[in-house]
Design a protein around this ligand. Structure first.
Ligand SMILES: O=C[C@H](O)COP(=O)(O)O
Length: 229
């Protein structure tokens, strides 16, 4: 099982250091075979020691160069970071990353040998249009994406469940993951209001290989509780 924390625009360098120190102490009790990944904000990236993987929430698809405000591979290599989130719905929405942009970023970091957590998810109006509409929407988000890449992890995050406190139902997760598993033979995470109260139910669903957690991962006790539950 993969437990991934996406801090988004939360935590500082100091609070991330404290968080990871506490997390590292707790993870000695985790089940063998579970993986823990933490995606802190860029200012908190560093080469931390612990039984977790540190990943970047984003990076510009270049080794380095004249890309004001961006970080590239050079800045990630300094800390030995080789995992990255790509396609998160918040970047598609707020940073206007369209499918072409997302696919180009994916191809670049795939060529660099990065482990990629590739995020997909439908808006509420698509969910309300029915399961076929959801399947069509999600499969279109694999346009330009090499789903055979051995370092690919997919995260299914229905947009309407992100940050709302209302996760998708067991039936919605089960049926959607079943469709995705027909097309992608890689680990498949669920994200969208995962928290200690629903984690057991969600990771017990067939086709769920882990979770990508936002809000409920910001507190190390909460994230640890989900991992160790
Ligand atoms: O990357 C994490 C997802 O956006 C889920 O966020 P959330 O747990 O706050 O709903």
């Amino acid at each position: 099982m993969i437990f991934a924390a996406n801090f988004k625009t939360n935590h500082t360098r100091a609070s991330t250091r404290t968080y990871l120190k506490v997390l590292s102490e707790k993870l000695s009790a985790k089940r063998t075979g579970d993986r823990v990944m933490v995606f802190p904000p860029a200012t908190a990236l560093d080469s931390y020691k612990g039984s977790f993987t540190i990943g970047a929430q984003n990076a510009y698809p270049a080794q380095n160069g004249a890309f004001t405000g961006e970080i590239g591979v050079e800045q990630l290599e300094e800390f030995g970071i080789k995992s990255i989130l790509i396609g998160h719905s918040e970047r598609r929405e707020y940073m206007k990353e369209d499918q072409e942009t997302v696919a180009a970023k994916y191809s670049f970091f795939m060529e660099q040998g990065f482990e990629i957590v590739y995020c997909i998810g439908e808006p509420l109006e698509v969910r309300e249009a029915g399961e076929k509409a959801v399947a069509d929407y999600l499969l279109a988000q694999f346009e330009g994406i090499d789903t055979a890449y051995e370092k690919l992890i997919v995260a299914y995050e229905p947009v309407w469940a992100i940050g709302t406190g209302r996760s998708a139902t067991v039936e919605e997760i089960s049926s959607t993951h079943a469709v995705l598993k027909q097309h992608v033979k890689r680990p498949l995470l669920y994200g969208g209001s995962v928290k200690p109260a629903n984690i057991r139910e969600i990771i017990s669903i067939d086709g769920v290989d882990g979770v990508l957690v936002g809000s409920a991962s910001l507190d190390v006790e909460s994230f640890s509780e989900m991992i160790l539950s």
